[in-house]
Design a protein around this ligand. Sequence first.
Ligand code: 13P
Length: 256
Amino acid sequence: MSEHPRRPYMVGNWKMHKTRAETRDFVAELAPRVADHAAYVDVAVCPAFVSLAAALDAARGTAVRVHAQTMGRAPQGAHTGEVSAPMLVDVGVHGVVLGHSERRRDDGETDRLLAEKVPAALEAGLEPILCVGETEEERDAGEMERRLRHQVQEGLELVPTERLAEVVVAYEPVWAIGTGRVATPEQAQEALGFVRALVGDRSRAGAERIRVLYGGSVKPDNAAEILAGPDVDGALVGGASLEVADFAALVAAAAR
Ligand code: 13P
């Protein structure tokens, strides 16, 4: 595994779940369970803003990273309700999920906005996880590649070429999120290979080193076959990241 250019990555996106106490208990229980795998796999959880401090407290001195689920585009200013990248860095957050399909759907996040957020995160010192993925209608209409091309090219457009490998891209087909309808291993590999090729249009070295994750109904019983794809560097997990036993099993699957 050591000669592989990319470390596996298992990221739990908690969405709008877990209080501070639940967050603290989860991280305290997770950390010892994944400690042995930390040599082979990066592990992160993404709590709600108000539980970030609890997660960071519990994660201190462990291998568990703490990410936010979104951030504002500007570093500061008159943007009521927003939290900026430098603020997240200030509390000790490691990375940030950007452009999740639920935010594209519910909050009108566009590729144009994400083109600004991704480099803003990098500049502040956060690891951006850019989410992309087609809807069922787009897939059925043969529009998947066009959609992904737009999302990946625009999302990474303002990232300096030499920093492309610091970004993580998560391919999450909208039809597989929270539906129990996981993509087949072939569908996941095909899409992630396409994403990597798009990065390769900018930089061959960047494409070899950038990590691309699959997301959408990943569970302990389907993870191994999905993670086996040569371009699948890990997973962005929703529902199955809410239970310590399930998420620890996913980390173990990624470490293999
Ligand atoms: P599920 O794993 O619940 O399908 O959610 C996937 C997701 O949206 C992770 O960001």
